[in-house]
Design a protein around this ligand. Sequence first.
Ligand code: ZN
Length: 505
Amino acid sequence: MFTVKDMDLAGRIGLLKTKSGPIETPSFLPVIDPARQELPLSDIENAGFNQVITNAYLILKRFGDKAIDLGIHGVLGFKGVVMTDSGAYQVLEYGDIEYSQEAIIEYQKNIGSDIAVILDVPTGDVAYEEARLTVEETLRRAREALELIKDTKPLWVLPVQGGKYLDLVALSAREAAELPYYSVYGIGSPTVFFERYDLSTVLDMIHTAKRILPQGRPVHLFGAGHPLVFPFAVALGVDTFDSASYILYARDDRYIVNHGVYKLEDLDYLPCSCPVCSRRSPGDFLEADRAERTRLLALHNLYVIKNSLDNTKQAIKEGRLWELLEEVSRRHPKALEALRKFRKYYKYVEAQTPRVKGKIYGVKVYDVESLWNPKILRFRLKTLTILDSLLETVESINLAPLAGSEKECILDIIDTGGSMKIYYEPFIGIIPRELCGTYPTTQHLTPKTINWPVIEDLVNVLRILYSKARARGIPVTLVYCERVWWHSILAREASHLGVNVKVEC
Ligand code: ZN
């Protein structure tokens, strides 16, 4: 049903099989409003979306039994994969108790949904007690639904609720993971947080749920429709997304870009070369009539969404998803905040990151956040773990910069007797000569100008080495170059701690 084809960080490229064909994930499902769809489904299909989502409750209200005769694909005039949401929001909003969970589930089965959702109770941004009740009620309904969804054709989605209360999200995920017949898990209620660009809270929710949910099943994030969100959510293991943002923004003359959203009238140029924008100027949009303008904007917005997901998928293929997160983190302060959150997720993310991928390439490091790239941090942690055993037979330590030729250490085979050579290098930390040349000691690209926090990190790593050496009575000599500003800092710190220093240039 769901096969993972490739991975990087906790992000995966997968294949989700439905009765109307497969979806390659990560994947976005545009929300279709059956009553008011300014962007024809043929346009959506031509933009590369073979999957959409619509609202079963609204279909029921509008089409009733006619949708059962036509099937949901017939109603929409769309052959691809159709997911239906149960309309939990609408049922809550209109206080419509006439529609029971049983009725909504039967209806989704009867109209031929490919992926369907039980009638959950979205948490939203509410007080703790209220949030707890939404979790309990959703789980109660999930259990109640088991008999109704057993051996049926749609892939059933079980939404994990709890909102910003991570203990509730964990509880919800733990219980959900125990239930049979659900093929997809959803992460509910992020919309209120997205509206405030509060990406961090949503990532906490995803991380909490994903650590508990079985890895073999796909996870859907409800209501995520901005390019800033996808790389981060995918990196934590979200597989599918849906949103109406593309059309809601379009109706309001808003143009999605990678770093935010523009009001059309504020644009002098179109920073996009999608099929819509490449032949137009902002004036062309403004001159079009309302319906055409909405259609064009919605189509552009979808192209931007697709582009973000395609970029993310390519980064997974190449094993450089962390580097992509660093790039994207510079597009908005909230995105940088999100990246820094990944320090907290390190254990989970590292465990999912493959050790070897087909092609080995140089890791690009940029700034202090690069220290948390699993490819870098893995090596750093390994060095610190084996340091004790390495120091067992050593009489003295010679610390030298890796600078100069990157292959230097591999050629440096002079027998130094009982003296041990250890290199130091920003971002990588310390490299015992024996490990020099192993990935990524000489397979990383570093800027020549390095910011202070990265040097501070190196200072801290060296401090650990000094103290381990001192405990064993091993003398350390730090070789450095006076012309390099941060070498001088290391030397000053070393002298201060009673380590020998030696200027070599
Ligand atoms: Zn465009």
